[in-house]
Design a protein around this ligand. Sequence first.
Ligand code: 13P
Length: 281
Amino acid sequence: MLVNLKTILKDTREKNYAVGSFNVYSYETINGVKKAVIKTGKPAIISFGASYLKNMSLECVKYITESAVGKLEIQTALHLDHCSDLEIIKAAIEAGFTSVMYDGSALPFEENIKNTKAVCAMAHEKNVSVEAELGSIALGEHSNETDIDHGQAYTNPESAARFVEETGVDALAVSIGTVHGMYKAKPNIRIDILKDISAKVSIPLVLHGGSGTPEETIIQCIENGICKINVNTEISQYTVKELFKVISENPNTHLSKLTLIQEDFVSDVVSKYINLFSNVK
Ligand code: 13P
């Protein structure tokens, strides 16, 4: 069943777990997430980045997602990831996405507030949830969501409180040291900053850059207010590596078989993360 982000994250902070948000860009990746949802029996967010519009149209993503997970009893949400283009956000809402992320993190604070507020007005009218971002997440290795490294700027807890209050946003992505892509060095995740944000902001907090983040750090993040965790690069790296092995062993494997195996590899990584995010005591 497709619900909005607010609904899927409703109990997360209180019950101490997070919902995984997994990037998709094809029929196989959407089906891979679906298989993981069925295997684990737990909710997940199907997340389509605006940077993947060359791979699929918004309508196509909505159609395939609806047919894959729409009839399941387990909750899923269809989310537009990182988007700073208001026209694309509007189109995603019209196409039937249940959640959108407006990313104004590169803008001056007041402009980010103004635009996020406008997106909230447009989305909430259609029962669509909104995620926004404050602070800037650095670029690690092998991420293909963006080539621009805006550098690391940690989220300021006081600004976060004002931002949430003024915009009416449903979830806030914070920058505490994770990176988009794989880490180039040992990650330095600032749980102290997260604790401070969490004390001042009661809506669900979002962690971008889940790939490669140590398990104990993920658990600490969930214990301190993170309710949604995004994963992209690791799913791609694992799936490509495993497909390469299959093709190397049997170069004549039929493409139709490869697409099915691909879904299973995606599902392996997604299931691992769903279980990790939901098993915090
Ligand atoms: P990773 O590619 O590091 O997992 O980050 C994904 C992400 O944050 C998508 O918004």
